[in-house]
Structures are given as structure tokens and as C-alpha cells.
Design a protein around this ligand. Structure first.
Ligand SMILES: NC(=O)c1ccc[n+]([C@@H]2O[C@H](COP(=O)([O-])OP(=O)(O)OC[C@H]3O[C@@H](n4cnc5c(N)ncnc54)[C@H](O)[C@@H]3O)[C@@H](O)[C@H]2O)c1
Length: 304
């Protein structure tokens, strides 16, 4: 049985993924509205999960949604997705440990907290790790696994096997750093995207278009090291670093450090509104999900 502690955006998505693979899932969230939200989420996610080949049942299985932590008593795995505040997570884990068995693993979806931040005060800190997905975790397969100072090595092995079982792509991050791995990479890009708006180098919509029509085309297939290996031609990565490494270093010196003050935030939001003027967010979300399904198939077909 898999427990989902915190059934918001990320919790509902994880729950759908686990349910699609035939697991028994229990969601606990203090908000009684989560039951209806979960039903609506499943209704829209199920066709995509089937198209991805993850769900085989035509009918959506039942899922238990509760406001009572005691309903997690029988779980052997907890995916924790409560608000990303250290006090909330520590209190929750203290309550959770009163209920679950000693062998149950607690995997936190936290984007910003490190497992060593979450572990202090736990009775069994060795079973706590961070397993951080990208939104929406039922459609984006990466999950980064981070051990804290107290995490037992066997728990990391169990985590890797667990996420493989649900067709995820687990990545082990070898050191705890803020933002783990994926969000540090996205933060590096986003920082410059914001800086360029602040400096008036390009509009919000054009920056987004440049990524989606440019480097983003390749990033769905491979990461920066492999891309620059191909960019090195016959010389490969070593040739690239020799030839173009200095130009990268020159650019790194000039990357911006924007401050998100009120004026810049307003400029970003106004730019986004202009970009979205012909598209409503629901349509955008539907198209994203349909394209992610198709992309997963293309990547599979071409061996990426
Ligand atoms: N949103 C993202 O893109 C994203 C991506 C990856 C990871 N995460 C991580 O996932 C976690 C959840 O983020 P989210 O975006 O789903 O937030 P959210 O606000 O959508 O959901 C949080 C849920 O936790 C519930 N909650 C509040 N107090 C609780 C408690 N004491 N016990 C149980 N549940 C409680 C809320 O009712 C809510 O349903 C965070 O740690 C976040 O860092 C978010």
C-alpha cells in the first residue's frame, strides 16, 4: 500500500501514477476538498496514463482519500507532498511515524528542502529521503533521489527499485545541494531568462519562443554534455571544450543576477499576459499533456 501525504498538485499526480500501475493508494490531506479534486484529476489524467501505456485498466480504480493520518497505518511507502516548509514537514513526519510501521520508507517530494533538513527529530531518520519529481510526475519520468546524512544506503536502493517499478527514471544526486540537480539547472536558465527581461534584451514571449523552438528541441532528447559532444563535430566533446570552451567562459562572466522586485515581477507578468493573449491556460495544459504523451512515444521509438 502506498500512502500519499499531502494531496495537492503533486500528490494527486503521484497518486494517479501509482494507481495506474495497480497499486493500492491512500491519500491523506487535511483539506476535505481533496477527494473531489482527486476524482477530477483522475478523470483527466487517466486517458493520458493509458496512452502512455502506464494504465491498462479502462475503469479508474478506487482510491481512498482521507483527512485522518491513521489511515496510513498499513502503508509500506509514503510519498510526502505537503507544503514546502521545514516546520510543516518535520511536524508531519513526527505524526506519521506514530502511525506507520518501522520499515515504511518516507520519500519527500520537496523541491527546496534537503533531506538532512527534514530528518532531525525523526525516530527513524534512516528511512527518510528526498524523491523529487518534475511537475506533473505522472507524465515527466525523472525523479531525483537524494540521501540525507542519516539515510541508510539500503533505503536508496529500495527507492531506486521502487521508482523503476513505476516506470520512472531515478537519478541519484551524490551530494545535498539546494534545489537538488534538476531545479539547479532550470534555475540557471530561468535566472538568465529573467535577467534578459529586466535588461530589455527580449520580451517574455520571445524568450519562451527561443527556448521552445531552439535548444528546447534538443533538451527533450539529451543533456548539455552530449549536445556539446555533437557540437564538437569530429573532435567530440574534447574538441568542443578546446574550441568553444573559452567563449562559454566569457558568457558565464556576463550572466545576470536579477532581483525579483515589484517592478520586475510586474514586467514579467505583463509579458506573460501578452504571450498568452490568444490561448487560455486550460488549453495550454491540455496541449502540453497531449504533446508529452506523444513525445514519450517518440523518445521510446528513437531510443532516447
Ligand atoms: N508544484 C511543483 O511544481 C512541484 C514540483 C516538484 C515537487 N514539488 C513539491 O511537492 C510538495 C507539494 O507541492 P504542491 O505544489 O503539490 O503543493 P500544493 O499546495 O498543491 O499541495 C499541498 C497539499 O498539502 C496539504 N497539506 C497542508 N498541510 C498538510 C498537512 N499537515 N498534512 C498533509 N497535507 C497537508 C494541502 O492541503 C495541499 O493539498 C512540495 O514539497 C513541493 O516542493 C512541487
Amino acid at each position: 500500500v502506498i500512502g500519499i501525504l499531502g494531496g495537492g498538485l503533486i500528490g494527486q499526480s503521484w497518486a494517479s501514477l501509482f494507481l495506474a500501475h495497480g497499486a493500492e493508494v491512500v491519500i491523506v490531506d487535511p483539506d476535505p476538498g481533496v477527494e473531489d479534486q482527486m476524482a477530477a484529476f483522475l478523470t483527466s489524467a487517466w486517458p493520458n496514463l493509458r496512452a502512455l501505456g502506464l494504465a491498462t485498466d479502462e475503469d479508474i480504480p478506487t482510491i481512498k482519500v482521507s483527512t485522518d493520518m491513521a489511515d496510513l497505518a498499513d502503508v509500506d511507502w509514503v510519498q510526502e507532498n505537503a507544503p514546502d516548509r521545514i516546520g510543516v514537514k518535520r511536524d508531519l513526519i513526527a505524526q506519521l511515524e506514530q502511525v506507520i510501521g518501522p520499515d515504511a520508507v518516507i520519500a519527500s517530494s520537496s523541491s527546496s528542502l534537503m533531506p538532512s533538513d527534514i530528518q532531525p527529530g525523526a525516530c527513524h531518520p534512516g528511512r527518510i529521503l528526498v524523491a523529487h519529481p518534475m511537475n506533473p510526475p505522472h507524465m515527466v519520468p525523472m525523479v531525483e533521489l537524494v540521501a540525507g546524512a542519516a539515510t541508510e544506503p539500503g533505503v536508496m536502493d529500495r527507492a531506486e527499485a521502487f521508482y523503476h517499478r513505476f516506470n520512472r527514471v531515478p537519478i541519484r544526486v551524490k551530494k545535498e545541494v539546494r534545489g537538488h540537480l534538476a531545479n539547479r539547472l532550470t534555475a540557471a536558465l530561468y535566472r538568465e531568462a529573467v535577467h534578459m527581461v529586466a535588461e530589455g534584451i527580449a520580451d517574455v514571449g520571445d524568450i519562451d519562443k527561443a527556448i521552445a523552438a531552439g535548444p528546447g528541441m534538443r533538451w527533450a532528447l539529451m543533456g548539455p554534455h552530449l549536445i556539446y559532444h555533437l557540437g564538437g563535430g569530429a573532435g567530440g566533446y574534447a574538441g568542443y571544450l578546446e574550441h568553444l570552451g573559452p567563449t562559454q567562459e566569457a558568457r558565464w562572466q556576463e550572466l545576470g543576477h536579477p532581483v525579483l522586485d515589484e517592478a520586475l515581477k510586474a514586467k514579467l507578468v505583463a509579458g506573460l499576459e501578452t504571450e498568452l493573449r490568444d490561448m487560455d491556460p486550460d488549453t495550454l495544459r491540455e496541449r502540453r499533456d497531449a504533446a508529452l504523451v506523444a513525445l514519450a512515444g517518440i523518445k521510446r521509438d528513437y531510443g532516447f
